[in-house]
Design a protein around this ligand. Sequence first.
Ligand code: SF4
Ligand code: SF4
Length: 339
Amino acid sequence: MSEKVIQKNKMVDFLNELLKAYKVFAPVKRDHIVSFDAIQSSGEMLLNYLNSRIPPKEIFFPRSEKMFEYIRDDLIEVKEVLPSEERKVLFGIRPCDAKAILLLDKVFDSPDYQDPYYLRKRKETIFVGMGCDRPQSTCFCTSLGGAPFSEEGLDLLFTNIGDRFVVKGITEEGETLLEKYEQVFERAKKSDLDDKLNVEKEAVNRIKSKIALEKIEKRLDKMFEDSFWDRIYQKCLGCAVCTYLCPTCHCFDITDETMDTSGERFRAWDSCQFALFTLQASGHNPRMSGKERVRQRIMHKFNYFVKNYGEIACVGCGRCIKNCPVNFDIRQILLELVS
Ligand code: SF4
Ligand code: SF4
């Protein structure tokens, strides 16, 4: 696959060309929060950012979305509301978040169930990655098989080497973009590729958290009734920030908003960290305290998901560590579990 170079002052031209042909989602800063959103002009995109606070999963799995409308008469008439299929470019996604989308695909596009709301948005999306040249102290992607410049799930990968980016075509779609917009790219020189390698090496060296997770699933097999959970859950407030901001969490609740004889059905992000999540109509709650809820979060990511889909449902992005109001650090829990 080929590697090209684009000068940073040509990025505006590249994005403007993309905007003519695709709906482009990119990192933006709105109300002091970095998230991914559709942009109308290249000036809206943030080029210099660490990672978004809100993960890009919301492009395909929004916080809240209408599923259908209905009219209740003698009969119930249902009108489906499916998202339109559009050609999209997701620009500037970090490698950990691209990996997280592959994990969400396993849930929303499984042999048993294909989720049309997710899949119609997910289809026809080109992933343009921006390698992490400054991993944060909370990043631990390398413990989960990732890397700051991993190519998994990406079509193109940009590496920042100062006044320009090295751009690698990873898939056929990525190569097609490089050819289609060849006017903004230059041939990569050996010195560019050497610079790229140095940036990548330096980024990997910046990641200090290393956890050997190969045996975590088996370890957790024996931990369900362990007193470990009695101790670790006490600090957690049950606010659910960790799950809302997690790029791999995918639980949702479904509610109807009824107006007289018509109504709309919505689904919205939900969290296993809330007591209501498992509260049954009888009043019984199988996860009655924070202990069961914290255990569920860890078990689901590092044991149940592995059993169901063959992979750990964490990419080491560090959002849950960075944003937890009481500094509940998933790395410390994992280290205790594997030691
Ligand atoms: S963000 Fe922290 S306090 Fe809130 S539910 Fe998660 S671990 Fe608990
Ligand atoms: S559990 Fe935490 S570190 Fe792992 S993917 Fe979710 S937010 Fe990132």
